[in-house]
Design a protein around this ligand. Structure first.
Ligand SMILES: NC(=O)C1=CN([C@@H]2O[C@H](COP(=O)(O)OP(=O)(O)OC[C@H]3O[C@@H](n4cnc5c(N)ncnc54)[C@H](O)[C@@H]3O)[C@@H](O)[C@H]2O)C=CC1
Ligand SMILES: CC(C)CC(=O)C(=O)O
Ligand SMILES: [Mg+2]
Length: 352
């Protein structure tokens, strides 16, 4: 198979982790006889520094004309004082919105080798954690009307039935292939958008009678995630709630450096990125955990290219390296071998 991938490394640890993910992508290509080619594009602070805007047209076009996108992360203190339409994070929203990637899958899996890195008590975590956060990605408050004067500011959360229905249907389909349990998270005791969200879930539910549905308010869901995370299998929620809850879920897996994501539209095209940000505190220091980005490559192979065995091979290689006791600093526990970003990527590539 031949595929062309747009690579957007971005800022902070973005280049560190994408470099390791590409090592693994090319190694898996060589092992299975696929040709993966790449083109690099600027976005975020890197683009601001080079051309004065966070998302150059060339980047969006390059991504559109590729088979999929691999993204690191954007943002950092250097650009924090810029007006909101010029901030690096605008590039991320521009890519997600511009490419129509409404469906964000964020699997939170606690590898058994990392149970000591999980901050929850053993009796809470039991046999482990394997949940899927299905997050709406192109609507809600990150995309609504916004404004700012010297002494006031507003952001708007807006959703249409169509935007809710398409993500909710995706979540039902995913639940059908897993444990057939779906929890919809909203704030329907306050927000109009959440009341509409809940109405849509209840109507659409009729088409998936085999799926058991529950509803939680987001404040309770945040609490339940640490009280009893194993009650969840698939969570579906709007953009900002999904952003926050997936960072929370990631900590249960040991580190935010473990969680990959896929951002999809109706066809097989997708953008793949770790759920974390650009971690400016550890950028360029060989400290970042590249596993989330490497597992994002596995998601790319599975969801965009239909390469199941290749995706499984990457996930097994990650597991093997953890089995052998290698840990980056964020998941390190006593008795384990502490290694850097570069060695972690190389070991995973060699273990394919
Ligand atoms: N997708 C993206 O591009 C995102 C970008 N951001 C941006 O990133 C910048 C930093 O944001 P923060 O809130 O600090 O979130 P962050 O996710 O970058 O970092 C939070 C904490 O987790 C650690 N961390 C993150 N990824 C790690 C990894 N792979 N290995 C080890 N440790 C890791 C960091 O060192 C930090 O202590 C901001 O400019 C923010 O806007 C934030 C979230 C998503
Ligand atoms: C940087 C934000 C726009 C988004 C975010 O935190 C995320 O998608 O995880
Ligand atoms: Mg986030």
């Amino acid at each position: 198979m031949k595929k062309h991938i747009a690579v957007v490394s971005g800022d902070g640890i973005g280049p560190d982790i994408v470099r390791e993910a590409l090592k693994v992508l090319f190694a898996v290509g060589a092992k299975f006889g696929h040709t993966f080619t790449t083109s690099s594009y600027l976005a975020g602070g890197a683009a601001l520094d080079a051309v004065g805007i966070p998302l150059p047209e060339e980047t969006l076009d390059g991504c559109r004309n590729s088979d999929s996108v691999l993204l690191g992360a954007v943002g950092g203190p250097k650009w924090d004082t810029l007006a909101s339409n010029l901030r690096p994070e605008k590039a991320l929203l521009g890519l997600r919105g511009g490419l129509g990637l409404f469906c964000n899958l964020r699997p939170a899996i606690l590898y058994k080798q990392l149970s000591d890195a999980c901050p929850l008590k053993a009796e809470i975590i039991g046999e482990g954690l394997d949940l899927m956060v299905v997050r709406e990605l192109t609507g809600g408050i990150y995309f609504g009307e916004r404004g700012r004067t010297d002494d006031a500011a507003f952001d708007t959360m807006a959703y249409t039935v169509g935007e809710i229905e398409r993500i909710v249907r995706k979540a039902f389909e995913i639940a059908q292939k897993r444990s057939k349990r779906l929890c919809s998270v909203d704030k329907a005791n306050i927000l109009n958008t959440s009341q509409l969200w809940r109405e849509v879930v209840k109507r659409v539910q009729g088409d998936y009678p085999d799926v058991e549905v529950s509803h939680l308010y987001v404040d309770n869901a945040a609490m339940q995630l640490v009280r009893n995370p194993r009650q969840f299998d698939v969570i579906v929620t709007e953009n900002m709630f999904g952003d926050i809850l997936s960072d929370e879920a990631s900590q249960i897996t040991g580190s935010i450096g473990m969680l990959p994501s896929a951002s999809l539209r109706e066809d097989s095209y997708g953008m793949y990125e770790p759920i974390h940000g650009s971690a400016p505190d550890i950028a360029g220091k060989d400290l970042a955990n590249p596993i989330a980005t490497i597992l994002s490559v596995a998601m790319m192979l599975r969801y965009s290219f239909g390469l199941q065995a290749e995706a499984d091979c990457i996930e097994s290689a990650v597991s093997k390296v953890l089995d052998n006791g290698y840990r980056t600093a964020d998941i390190h526990t006593p008795g384990m071998k502490k290694i850097g970003t570069n060695d972690m990527g190389s070991l995973i590539a060699q273990s394919l």
